[in-house]
Write a protein that binds this ligand. Structure first.
Ligand code: HEC
Length: 283
């Protein structure tokens, strides 16, 4: 089998299980709608609780801004919506799709390692919104649902920023396909970690050969090959400097600078190495 036909069959095989009653495999994007807040509260038979987090969209490396939200432990909600066994498997990602095409694919293991909350309101604030400083956006609506992490109990999560904090979550699913499983054979071992980093930091908006989000669905396997090292680094480290007012956020800017630079270099190596699939599939 050539790489091209391998790509093709893998990309066509990209499937998700949908939520609720209709647990079937459907192409991504056709998941059943989530229940609304009132229906969810009724199903869970308990009121949402208060919790406090360091809000990554408002915080910088030196200024940690705490925000109080109302929500339920995410595991409880995922068990209800996806079934207790479907998503609790090693190697699967829980996929959160936002209204604007942003997709967060979060490894299932992370939910047992860290405490996440499925949030429905902000406490002591006139609306369920937050400013997204990194994307130059004010009073961004967070509803219907927002996924947050207890980064006060687990301060090691603070430098990661907001990539695993999807807001405006409109549907969820379980995805058994990871980007690294789409890598041609000999690339898998070498680029596994970099592909996971790309999934986390870039492919919630962009795509690699049809895999990723729809917020800015350009193929990074293609786009990045047009850039020099200097252009790539300048863009991902400080997009707002290259293009003032852009909504592309800087790469993990709560991390120490040296770690960010190293991460950017790993992403660049990987995105240059990954072959461009002949036709974008899986759309
Ligand atoms: C929150 C969404 C988001 C994330 C996350 C994101 N980008 Fe972008 N990116 C954008 C948007 C929006 C544009 C268009 C920017 C503009 O023209 O103002 C863009 C533009 C680009 C471009 C120029 C090609 C194009 O599509 O216009 C490249 C290359 C790029 N991004 C690379 C990356 C890399 C690499 C990462 C991960 C380190 C990343 N982006 C993460 C939203 C995102």
């Amino acid at each position: 089998m050539t790489h091209h036909s391998l790509w093709h069959s893998l990309l066509r095989g990209l499937k998700v299980a949908t939520v609720g009653w209709a647990v079937a495999t459907l192409p991504i994007g056709q998941a059943a709608p989530l229940p609304d807040k009132a229906a969810l509260e009724q199903t869970l038979q308990r009121a949402p609780q208060r919790l406090t987090v360091i809000e990554p969209h408002l915080s910088t490396r030196d200024d940690h801004v705490r925000v109080q939200y109302l929500g339920w432990p995410a595991e409880v909600v995922l068990d209800k919506l996806l079934g207790a066994t479907a998503w609790r498997k090693p190697g699967v990602d829980v996929e959160f799709r936002a209204l604007d095409g942003y997709v967060s694919r979060i490894p299932a293991e992370r939910f047992t390692q860290y405490q996440a909350y499925w949030v429905v309101d902000r406490v002591g604030h006139p609306s369920f919104t937050v400013d997204n400083l990194k994307q130059n956006e004010k009073a961004v609506s967070l509803g219907p649902y927002y996924l947050v992490w207890d980064n006060i109990q687990a301060p090691e999560l603070v430098p990661e920023g907001g990539s695993f904090w999807p807001y405006q979550v409109a549907d969820i699913g379980v995805s058994e396909t990871r980007l690294q499983s789409l890598l041609p054979g000999q690339m898998v071992e070498r680029y596994k970690a970099a592909a996971a980093d790309a999934q986390k930091h870039c492919l919630n908006c962009h795509q690699v050969n049809g895999f990723g989000g729809d917020k800015r669905p350009t193929n990074l396997a293609q786009e990045v090959k047009k850039l020099t090292d200097a252009e790539f680094h300048a863009w991902v480290m400080e997009p707002n400097r290259v293009k003032p007012g852009t909504t592309m956020p800087p790469l993990a800017d709560a991390m120490p600078q040296a770690d960010r630079t190293a991460l950017a270099s790993r992403l660049l190596d990987y995105l240059r190495a990954v072959p461009v699939a002949p036709q974008p599939a899986a759309k």
